[in-house]
Design a protein around this ligand. Structure first.
Ligand code: ATP
Length: 260
């Protein structure tokens, strides 16, 4: 955390438990600056999802609890704020596993995001057009049942639905999971473009460090509930220990895209 001023999102020394016993986070601190894409890396079970759920307060629905530390968003303590109130304020989480309503069409799924915000018909229509501009694939599939679309399209629906809530901060959990490399690239390109064009900040949990470091500005590496490394993505890519453990010893494979 380079600056002394309060970051957009500040997580400080957070400890979290499930069922009152399992200590999933052991003093996690991180910061997301306004307009940044920050990656949360680490292996299975490291605590990435728990960190996101601690921020969005969805942890409570899994008998989880933050027992230590502070979480502030836009300078305000949000540890007691309801997840739905956070969505209304502009903080939304896209859960791991592409949650869509399978019986609803792609467009109906997207519209459910608008209800959380109580948008007018005109706002819904313009919201949909914005989503379709970012995800042209969804426009062609708008009348298809979401359950019958591809895994990549379902991930786009899940992200699109979150974007319908007009967020300023998106917590994106494992967007690449189970998807083919090409579609994953497409999704990350859209995320980066969205961030660039509309200033939405992202905190994204991702096991695929190689991929995430190409698109993130900054990254944190979690292991067994602790931050074990952090820094600008370009610096982490160059670090030998990170290369060996998380990048398969081949950081030359990491070609960062040109920023426009
Ligand atoms: P993954 O990629 O597998 O989701 P992760 O880095 O997101 O990994 P978490 O899901 O946050 O890790 O898990 C952190 C720890 O908390 C693990 O030990 C996990 O078993 C435990 N845990 C996660 N969710 C629950 C839950 N609902 N109840 C009990 N323990 C949980």
């Amino acid at each position: 955390m380079a600056s002394n001023s309060e970051p957009f999102l500040a997580v400080e020394n957070v400890e979290a438990v499930y069922g009152g016993v399992i200590l999933a986070l052991r003093g996690v601190s991180l910061a997301v600056d306004k307009g940044a894409v920050v990656a949360l890396l680490g292996p299975n079970g490291a605590g990435k999802s728990t960190t996101l759920k601690a921020i969005s307060n969805l942890i409570r629905s899994e008998r989880g609890k933050v027992i230590e530390g502070a979480i502030r968003w836009q300078g305000r303590d949000i540890s007691d704020r309801d997840p739905s109130a956070l969505v209304s304020d502009g903080l939304v989480q896209v859960l791991e596993g592409r949650h869509v309503f399978p019986q609803l069409t792609v467009e109906q799924n997207l519209i459910t995001g608008a209800y959380v915000r109580g948008l007018s018909k005109a706002e819904i229509a313009s919201g949909l057009e914005r989503i379709y501009a970012w995800f042209p694939r969804l426009k062609t599939r708008r009348q298809s049942r979401a359950g019958l679309t591809s895994g990549g399209e379902q991930q786009m629906v899940a992200i699109g639905r979150a974007l319908m809530t007009r967020p300023t901060l998106v917590l994106l959990d494992e967007p690449s999971m189970g998807l083919a490399p090409l579609i994953v690239e497409e999704i990350f390109e859209i995320v980066r473009g969205l961030n660039r064009d509309s200033g939405v900040s992202f905190l994204l949990a991702e096991q695929n460090a190689n991929l995430a470091l190409r698109y993130a500005d900054h990254a944190y590496v979690l292991e067994t509930g602790r931050v074990v490394a952090s820094g600008p993505a370009a610096e982490l890519v160059a670090r030998d220990d990170i290369k060996d453990i998380y990048l398969g010893g081949n950081a030359s494979a990491v070609v960062r895209p040109t920023r426009h």
